[in-house]
Design a protein around this ligand. Structure first.
Ligand code: AMP
Length: 188
């Protein structure tokens, strides 16, 4: 089963994706985690992505689609993947559909994690003190939210027009949200 998690930064996609991955026994894959690791290790991919990530912008569609293709070629991805924050533009959604299509697959569930802007700001501010992420600083947060609104929010409509999106109210206790997520994919 291939599941796509959409929603603004700080919506809880990572937390809920990890719970779901454990429940379903399939891997969770986050382009943000892979890119952060590449930056930390100073790989060629990391040096290409570092500046734009720290500024709160989006890495190019070409780079992201290359990463998705590599990830889906791994044996552990054969039984399905939980994609966390992996599709952030319409060209990425189209590219992902093509790559999965070549494998005879498609996204089975699109879950949109809905939270208010105030809640996002509070959560990211809190995460900055806990994780020390450079892109959780107030200026970068403003730019990340702008990138989300301009480029990622339209992706929700793109999927809504092609099979549907389930909106999860993502404010509240982690366990309660996890129950809603399981119900949304029929794994209650
Ligand atoms: P995240 O941890 O998901 O918030 O991602 C951290 C940063 O990595 C984002 O602010 C972007 O700069 C970059 N990034 C992660 N995934 C993508 C994607 N699918 N498309 C473009 N940029 C991405």
């Amino acid at each position: 089963m291939d599941i796509l998690l959409l929603g603004p930064p700080g919506a809880g996609k990572g937390t809920q994706g990890a719970i779901l991955a454990e429940d379903l026994g399939i891997p969770k894959f986050a382009t943000g985690d892979l890119l952060r690791d590449a930056v930390k290790r100073g790989t060629p991919l990391g040096s290409k992505a570092k500046e734009v990530m720290e500024a709160g912008g989006l890495v190019s569609d070409e780079i992201i689609l290359g990463i998705i293709r590599d990830e889906l070629a791994k044996p552990e991805a054969r039984g399905g993947v939980i994609f966390d924050g992996v599709v952030r533009t319409i060209p990425q959604a189209e590219g992902m559909a093509n790559i999965l299509g070549e494998l005879g697959r498609q996204i089975d569930h699109v879950l949109y994690f809905e939270v208010t802007d105030d809640e996002i700001r509070q959560r990211l501010d809190n995460r900055r003190t806990v994780e020390g992420r450079a892109d959780d600083d107030p200026d970068a947060i403003i730019r990340r939210l702008a990138a989300y609104r301009e480029q990622t929010a339209p992706v929700i409509e793109w999927y809504a027009a092609r099979g549907g999106v389930t909106t999860i109210n993502a404010i509240g206790v982690v366990d309660e949200i996890a129950v809603k997520v399981r119900a949304a994919i029929g794994h209650a």
